[in-house]
Ligand binder design. Structure first.
Ligand SMILES: Nc1ncnc2c1ncn2[C@@H]1O[C@H](COP(=O)(O)OP(=O)(O)OP(=O)(O)O)[C@@H](O)[C@H]1O
Length: 694
């Protein structure tokens, strides 16, 4: 309703000032109907309706400014406002109108500029220099002894990387750092880069939000470029489009020329630009596509293309394995920012695209095995294999797939460098990796937040997130009162609609989300009723999940309800609160969930609704809370003391209840494992020699 008023006010103002005799496209009643019907959609949809409706030339400036405003608000396509044709006074008042309309539509008291700030995404740049916390990094060799520093140390200044960067990467790495306001590498990043560039296998365990993605992407791209001995056939200038089609001749210009040619032969529909042989109905006009009669040449060409596509084998040089589709999309998008000239593909489970000629393949284990078994993927040319979120990849969920993938990697002299990254690692997985997956020359990099008093003393290799930035609150609840407690948090203003909040559940996400949304709507306070909720459930298609992520990332919805699907690795920006509506099964997952807030030097708050059923987590949870000087509820303490299973018995590190005493020689670094031998334990090795998972 308010939008309608704004439009008519703008229109009236415009007519009154100068363009009295200009006509507007669409009658007022049509416009009114459009706005009324759009009033139920999200703010972005309404913004688009607003922009679409003002089509008169005289209002073009307003349209551009409104669209810029909404784009900025959504954190998408931030463009400079071109106000050369505009009357500044009028624009200012128009902006105010539009801004107030947005405020009303979002139902919050936040101003648009605040919303704009709060929904900043890094890809569009930050005005402030982001300060990541300081880290304490230790590098160990295969015996758990302190390893010598890398031969070519990487300083924390990104500019100092320039001499070792290949020409093709130089410009875009620096551009990317500038865009993301990266002024210095974090200590885990610079250490990992140095070790990877030595060509060693690396196992790097570093806290959430410490920049692991860049830490493996840049050096592994450098490694494959140096293996190739030459830069791939693409200019480094930014005008060539390497998005998804980075190889030499698949530039944007070539593709559009090809599309034009196919439109002329009738193979591609001129409206929807889809192949008429594959898509029976035009999605643009709704009419069936007319099938053209092709000449002999075109028929031969199409047949040859079909055979090529069917028999095409993807032969990547860099293989990045990620546990979820969302991470595949995120990491492949970051990799594309470096415009290295290689074709970079993100192969998710749902996407049936053609990965021909891709040199960098980011893929989930299931998809990789599917392509391998269909003879469409070969790993014989892989030079670097990255396993992100390594503990998840080596868990029972992906164990079989990972065995197949490891077996398919090249052996002997052609062996691929293995880079294993993660934030958590249970001791058995650590042992298995150390013994079975890495070369003896490997390095183990362990990073912890510098502020953590006892650096290496968690139940597993669970490096807590930047906990000095995160405040933990554990609420002891029963199953029936969980929802009321959550609503109470919203009603008392602890959780607010204008702050991003992620609510983690275990299963039945959609039902819980509907329940929470309905309860919030029925809430007593206006702020609770205005909270916009979206959700991501594993049962949804990838497109649905992506659109929910976009709604959340753009700020249209401020509360995301999800399962552990996005609990790991996803780089959501400006998330203030994480609520563990249902506690996870493993403490490692709790650490990953907590790591979704308090990123980029921001403050974060984690609320864990702890039921008696979650008793198994009590002990490790209490130890992590203690280590980070957080409050421990007495009931949780009681559960912890009753818990039978002591995970620390098998811990690789110091026992948390014994505390760290620097004067105790047993606890001196480098000690990997309580009482671990400083020399290789041959007896143990012999006992494990029959255990060969790969
Ligand atoms: N040196 C840096 N300075 C500032 N920001 C950085 C730096 N390196 C990376 N970032 C930013 O920090 C954010 C987190 O990075 P990234 O996702 O790689 O963290 P991560 O360690 O993989 O976290 P998680 O374990 O949660 O996946 C990203 O938005 C990235 O752009």
């Amino acid at each position: 309703m308010h939008i309608t008023k704004v439009i008519f006010r703008l229109k009236e103002k415009e007519i009154n000032t100068k363009n009295r005799n200009k006509t507007f496209e669409g009658s007022p009643s049509l416009m009114r109907r459009a706005f009324l019907s759009s009033a139920t959609f999200s703010a972005r949809m309404e913004a688009n309706a607003l922009v679409r409706s003002i089509t008169s030339n005289s209002l073009l400036t307003h349209r551009r400014r409104a669209s810029d405003f909404y784009n900025n608000h959504g954190g998408q396509n931030r463009r400079a406002v071109n106000s050369t044709h505009a009357n500044p006074k009028m624009n200012a008042s128009a902006d105010e109108d539009v801004e107030s309309a947005v405020r009303e539509l979002l139902g919050t008291s936040t101003t648009a500029s605040e919303l704009d700030d709060s929904s900043n995404t890094p890809s569009q740049g930050h005005s402030d220099v982001r300060k990541l916390p300081d880290f304490d990094v230790k590098v160990f060799d295969k015996f758990g002894m302190k390893a010598p520093p890398p031969r070519v140390p990487i300083s924390d200044d990104p500019q100092h990387l320039l001499p070792v960067l290949p020409d093709v990467l130089k410009e875009h790495v620096i551009k990317h750092c500038r865009r993301m306001n990266i002024t210095r590498w974090t200590l885990p990043q610079s250490t990992a880069m140095g070790v990877i560039l030595e060509g060693r296998d690396v196992l790097c365990i570093s806290p959430t939000s410490s920049g692991k993605t860049m830490a493996f992407l840049i050096p592994s791209l450098m490694q494959i470029l140096s293996h190739a001995g030459q830069v791939p056939g693409m200019s480094t200038s930014g005008d060539k489009d390497s998005q998804d089609v980075g190889s030499s001749d698949a530039t944007a210009q070539n593709l559009s020329a090809l599309t034009r040619q196919r439109i002329s032969t009738g193979e591609v529909c001129k409206f929807c630009e889809m192949d008429v042989f594959k898509t029976p109905v035009c999605s643009f006009t709704g009419h069936p596509h007319r099938i053209p009669v092709l000449d002999e040449n075109a028929q031969h060409r199409r047949a040859a293309e079909k055979v090529k596509n069917l028999s095409a084998i993807v032969e990547p040089k860099l293989l990045i394995i990620e546990p979820t589709n969302e991470l595949v999309t995120q990491v492949s998008n970051v990799a594309r920012n470096f415009h290295c000239g290689y074709k970079i593909c993100g192969a998710t489970n749902d996407n049936r695209r053609n990965y021909n000629d891709s040199d960098v393949l980011v893929i989930t284990p299931q998809r990789a095995v599917h392509l391998l078994l269909a003879n469409r993927l070969t790993l014989r040319s892989v030079r670097v294999c990255v396993m992100d979120e390594v503990d998840s990849l080596l868990s029972t969920q992906f164990f079989d797939e990972m065995k197949v993938l490891m077996a398919a990697l090249p052996k002997g002299g052609e062996r691929a460098q293995r880079l294993l990254f993660g934030a958590t690692l249970p001791p058995p997985t650590f042992e298995m990796i150390r013994r079975e997956m890495l070369l003896p020359s490997h390095r183990f990099i362990l990073a912890t937040p510098a502020s953590t008093p006892i650096s290496v003393s968690t139940p597993s290799l669970t490096v807590a997130n930047n906990s000095h930035q995160v405040t933990h609150t554990v609420l002891m609840v029963s199953r029936v009162e969980k929802l009321d407690v959550l609503l109470n948090l919203f009603e008392t203003g602890v959780l607010r609609g204008d702050q991003r909040t992620i609510i983690f559940c275990q299963r039945g996400v959609t039902a819980i989300a509907h329940n929470i949304r309905d309860k919030l709507r029925q809430g007593t306070s206006a702020s609770t009723q205005a909270v916009r909720v979206t959700w991501i459930a594993a049962s949804e298609t990838l497109a649905q999940r992506e659109s929910a992520m976009k709604l959340f990332q753009s700020g249209v919805a401020s509360v995301l309800i999800c399962s552990d699907l996005v609990g790991r690795g996803i780089d959501f920006h400006n998330v203030v609160n994480v609520v563990n509506f249902a506690m996870p099964l493993e403490i490692e997952q709790w650490v990953h969930r907590s790591g979704r807030c308090g990123r980029h030097g921001m403050k974060g708050y984690v609320f864990s609704l702890f039921q008696p059923e979650d008793m198994r987590l009590a002990k490790p949870l209490v130890s992590i809370l203690r280590q980070h000087n957080q409050l421990v509820p007495p009931k949780l303490q009681e559960y912890a003391s009753k818990t039978f299973v002591d995970k620390f018995k098998n811990s690789l590190f110091h026992h948390p209840t014994k505390g760290y005493n620097p004067r105790n020689p047993e606890q001196h670094t480098p000690v990997i494992g309580r009482g671990a031998a400083k020399i290789p334990d041959y007896q143990q090795q012999a006992a494990n020699s029959k255990f060969r998972p790969w």
